[in-house]
Design a protein around this ligand. Structure first.
Ligand code: NDP
Length: 294
């Protein structure tokens, strides 16, 4: 009988000794990705603007013996090129290469549900509740900074090719959103337009950075517990989202938020499958079967 040894899950999905960096890795989806990678043996550097949040994430979620590490590398505002340059220098002083970058840092934007058939009412509501500065800020964090974070780390990503760990394939996972796919503004045009741009940016970077042998893929999450979605986290930086909060939306077939495990599966899959490049994976509990999109 032919051997199937090489197909064991613990081998094909192993991230042991991978060097990873997760932006916004101290809370929400970034922390889920961080925990998943570290639990499976990776050394995961996390960054964000609040150092105490990063330190608390590392203290609360560093894996037991046999796992990897969570290392708060220091604060970085990903909207600043000089902060990104300092971050790259800092990481380069500790590691020769980077296997995986997760560009996860993101913010929500202004809200003004367009819920009137009167053009005057629509105009007034949106005009009064949204500013150009709000739009700039959402686009800067959710799109521009994804681009510059990726570009900043290209040399360290490429440096991971070959060597004693070959075959490995450096990659970037861009956390976008189902909101960037659907035709429903969800009352926040700026965020949804930004996430649409994030998704297209991922595809452009995938095609253009292929020559540097850096893969770029994206995860479009549905409803996941986080500081962004629930406005708080507990003393270990984790957030609970009650199923009712998702059920009341009326368009989530799974009838519950996504779990840590479901985000972990998507992250590890994209990190490990070297034949996947330029893909967008929605992890949305079926929302995009219900809400028109694309
Ligand atoms: P959180 O608010 O919990 O996480 C966002 C993280 O990004 C925080 O840790 C924050 O840390 C960091 N961050 C924000 N701005 C910056 C910045 N300028 N520089 C560096 N770090 C920054 O929310 P989520 O986990 O929900 O968000 C993570 C990603 O997932 C976002 O891109 C979001 O759009 C996306 N997403 C989330 C969904 C959900 O349901 N939760 C659904 C779809 C997409 P700090 O404030 O310390 O800088």
């Amino acid at each position: 009988m032919a051997s199937t040894h090489q197909l064991k899950v613990q081998d094909i999905f192993s991230v042991k000794d991978y060097v990873c960096l997760v932006t916004g890795g101290g809370t929400g989806i970034g922390l889920m990705a961080t925990q998943a990678l570290a639990a499976n043996g990776a050394k995961v550097y996390i960054t964000g603007r609040r150092m105490e949040v990063l330190e608390n994430a590392a203290k609360s979620h560093s894996p037991e013996e046999g796992g990897g590490q969570i290392i708060p590398i220091g604060p970085c505002d990903v909207t600043s090129k000089s902060d990104l340059e300092k971050l790259v220098k800092n990481l380069a002083s500790k590691e020769k290469y980077l296997n995986l970058l997760v560009t996860n840092a993101g913010i929500s934007g202004p809200k003004a549900p367009p819920d009137s058939a009167s053009a005057d009412e629509l105009h007034d509501k949106i005009w009064q509740n949204e500013s150009v500065e709000d739009w700039d800020s959402v686009l800067k964090t959710n799109v521009t900074s994804v681009y510059f974070s990726t570009v900043a780390f290209l040399p360290l990503l490429q440096a991971s090719i070959g060597g004693k760990f070959a075959p490995r394939s450096p990659s970037v996972i861009v956390i976008s959103s189902m909101s960037g796919i659907m035709r429903d503004s969800q009352g926040h045009f700026a965020y949804n337009a930004a996430k649409g741009a994030t998704i297209h940016l991922s595809k452009l970077m995938s095609a253009e950075f292929e020559k540097a042998e850096v893969r770029v893929n994206s995860i479009a999450p549905g409803y996941f517990p986080s500081e962004m979605t629930m406005k708080e986290s507990d003393d270990s930086n984790k957030t609970h989202m009650p199923a009712e909060k998702v059920q009341e939306k009326g368009h989530v077939p799974a009838n519950r938020p996504g779990s840590d495990e479901e985000m972990a599966q998507a992250v590890i899959f994209l990190c490990k499958n070297m034949y996947v490049n330029g893909e967008l994976i929605a992890v949305d509990g079926g929302v995009l079967n219900q809400v028109p999109g694309r």
